[in-house]
Design a protein around this ligand. Structure first.
Ligand code: UGA
Length: 408
């Protein structure tokens, strides 16, 4: 898409001031990570970058501009953006602020862009809303373009992610019960998903959700609720994250207890590090947490991910294993240096390993040569499938001892 449009109606530039001057519509699309310092640290969104954008727009505007919030923002951020824009000194400058949250998911971004479930535009000025709707209207059916007030639009983005994450945490909660009772989580998910009121999507039990959005947006929602004194509501949504943390920890504990209560000095092949398939993004990936737990048990990890480099893996582990005052202890640094390596294929990662741990659902793992993988491993050859990706019966046929999520 970029190749086709670049130089035609898509241009990249670092000339911010001149581009603001010549634009009618300006999208603010900077990131809004969770604050790591000061008030609201660990929960609230860091709006530093959004504010800087708004100030730059105010400084360089000389006519009417439609300013679109594309970044995911806490509710009522538009109010702050509007106030900053009011500081514009050019008498010809005026602004309409719209909220137009992004709903595309990584790995399927282009598909989602071309065929969105809906486009949401929140605002106060109907003329500005219609201008933006007109752009989307070139490829999106009119009934899929929703118009709301500013605050509904901002809140809908956080709520959509909170609901999606809640489904994953709900099915993961039931996976623990399945393991205890002998029920099968995929069968349960299928049975409940056929109820049209529940629906089949986002019911895949896993080692836990990751990605840059779910946790950040829920923390943000929790912070907002607390800000408005809605403590019960805050606690309710926080539980989605508590359950996710539990699921990650539960999985690594299961690995250790199954392997005779020790993984110390044992080689473990880790298949996948990205937070989901078809992306190289590792932000909040469950893999970082599971690998941290295994490293703390002194396991030796050989990681294979088709898109994630050793540097990135070490960087993520170091960030997680850093203490509250931002220091990586000498012990943890050595552990990461000496006990983490990468392989150039899933098969070679498993060579001589005591166990395989599947942490990302990459398609290529399903076509591995499991007969020779089994031959090359120590026995018993354990396989912990954190994505319920592989066929347990076939693997058991080769001799593997398979442990999946939500299956006893
Ligand atoms: C998510 C939302 O799905 C998008 O609609 C939203 O626009 C985006 O966040 C955002 O706010 O930017 P994304 O994080 O890219 O998209 O990926 P998802 O497909 O939602 O997956 C999130 C995590 O949940 C992954 O770790 C995935 O493996 C996990 N997951 C998802 C499950 O464990 N089970 C499922 O059934 C579905």
């Amino acid at each position: 898409m970029v190749k086709e449009a670049r130089g035609r109606n898509l241009f990249f530039t670092t000339e911010v001031a001149a581009t603001i001057e010549s634009s009618n519509v300006i999208f603010i699309s900077v990131n809004t990570p969770t604050k790591t310092f000061g008030i609201g640290a660990g929960r609230a969104a860091n709006l530093e970058f959004v504010e800087k954008c708004a100030r730059q727009i105010a400084q360089n505007s000389n006519s009417h501009k439609i300013v679109v919030e594309k970044s995911t923002l806490p509710v009522r951020t538009a109010e702050a953006v509007k106030r900053i824009l009011k500081s514009a000194t050019n008498p010809n400058a005026s602004f309409s602020v719209l909220s137009n949250p992004e709903f595309l998911a990584e790995g399927t971004a282009i598909k989602d862009l071309l065929n969105p479930d809906r486009v949401l535009i929140g605002g106060e000025c109907s003329e500005a809303i219609e201008q933006l709707a007109g752009i989307y209207g070139r490829w999106v059916e009119p009934e899929r373009i929703l118009r709301t007030n500013l605050w509904s639009s901002e809140l809908s983005k956080l709520t959509a992610n909170a609901f999606l994450a809640q489904r994953v945490s709900s099915i993961n909660a039931i996976s623990a019960l399945c393991e205890a009772t002998g029920a099968d989580i995929d069968e349960v998910a299928n049975a409940i998903g056929t109820d049209s009121r529940i629906g089949p999507k986002f019911l895949k039990s896993s080692v836990g959700f990751g990605g840059s959005c779910f946790q950040k947006d829920i923390l943000n929602l929790v912070y907002l609720c607390e800000h408005f004194g809605l403590h019960e509501v805050a606690k309710y949504w926080e539980q989605v994250i508590v359950m996710n943390d539990y699921q990650k920890r539960r999985f690594s504990t299961r690995i250790v207890t199954t392997m005779f209560n020790t993984v110390s000095d044992k080689k473990i092949a880790v298949w996948g590090f990205a937070f989901k398939k078809d992306t190289n993004d590792t932000r909040e990936s469950a893999a970082i947490y599971v690998c941290r737990d295994l490293l703390e048990e002194r396991a030796k990890l050989t990681i294979y991910d088709p898109q994630v480099s050793l540097d990135k893996i070490k960087h993520d582990l170091a960030a997680l294993m850093t203490n509250g005052s931002g220091e990586l202890s000498e012990n943890n640094r050595k552990l990461i240096e000496s006990n983490v390596q990468v392989a150039d294929s899933a098969e070679s990662a498993a060579l001589g390993a005591h166990a395989i741990v599947v942490l990302t659902e990459w398609d290529e793992f399903t076509t591995s040569d499991f007969a020779s993988v089994y031959q090359s491993m120590r026995k018993p050859a354990f396989l912990f499938d954190g994505r319920n990706l592989l066929d347990r019966k076939i693997l058991a046929g080769f001799g593997f001892e398979v442990h999946s999520i939500g299956k006893s």
